[in-house]
Design a protein around this ligand. Structure first.
Ligand SMILES: O=C(CO)[C@@H](O)[C@H](O)COP(=O)(O)O
Length: 238
């Protein structure tokens, strides 16, 4: 295994009444990053939370990397608020913005790493011109807006195509492939085999009694089924 596997619990499924405790527990259980699903009831038909929750978790003492997916319009303003609140990374939804290149640069100028998410029905080829500028591509494996949905298998072809294109552009291992939606012990095998290395999971982790057992199992399955393309990245000469 040469590509790091990243498990990113989505706090959308956490216990909001005890968020600090719940996030502390999930980090102690082995989570690599904390994933924020930010929904504005405009771009997606649901409302979740904003930057004050990020600041509250930092004030509570959470130091793990915070990875924010803005399922929102007004990306530029919200990216600034999340930077001030202590976030490390912003992913914006391709379909929510007009000027892809400008938005990427704005987030980078804030000193944050940057990703773009695409919905299940959006062709991944649209991202090929800007892959080199990105730290991460998020392939949504459900329609955004709600936790607990069923994984859409047709998204696998997009993950595979992206992995191959990253390899072609000599970016494999530099741009992470993240997946979100219906990730669990049944689906992670095919997702890893297709090329995903960063797994967002909400209900599979937070609905379980034993977070450590779920996270360890997900990580082991992802390593076991990792795409052979990652096994030796020495072709890059690094
Ligand atoms: O982001 C979304 C939907 O927009 C969710 O997919 C959650 O991030 C993960 O939920 P589970 O499917 O893992 O419960």
């Amino acid at each position: 295994m040469s590509q790091e596997i990243v498990i990113s619990p989505s706090i959308l499924s956490a216990d909001f009444a005890r968020l600090g405790e719940d996030v502390t527990r999930v980090i102690a259980a082995g989570a690599d990053r904390i994933h924020f699903d930010v929904m504005d009831n405009n771009y997606v038909p649901n409302l979740s939370f904003g930057a004050p929750i990020c600041k509250a978790l930092r004030d509570y003492g959470i130091s793990a990397p915070i990875d924010v997916h803005l399922m929102t319009n007004e990306v530029e303003r919200l990216a600034r608020y999340f930077k001030e609140a202590g976030a490390n990374h912003i992913t914006f939804s391709y379909e929510a913005i007009t000027h892809t290149d400008r938005t990427i640069n704005l987030i980078k100028e804030l000193g944050l790493s940057v990703g773009i998410a695409i919905n299940p029905g959006t062709p991944v080829e649209l991202l090929y011109p800007v892959l080199e500028q990105l730290d991460l591509v998020l392939i949504m494996t459900v329609n955004p807006g709600f936790g607990g949905q069923k994984f859409l298998p047709y998204t696998l072809a997009k993950i595979e195509a992206l992995r191959q294109e990253l390899k072609r552009q000599n970016l494999l291992g530099k741009v992470e492939i993240q997946v979100d939606g219906g990730v669990n012990a049944d689906t992670i095998r095919v997702l890893a085999h297709a090329g995903a290395t960063n797994f967002v999971a909400g209900s599979a982790i937070f609905d379980a009694e034993d977070y450590a057992q779920v996270i360890t199992n997900l990580r082991e399955l992802a390593i076991e089924h990792e795409s052979p393309d990652y096994v030796d990245l020495s072709f890059r000469g690094e």
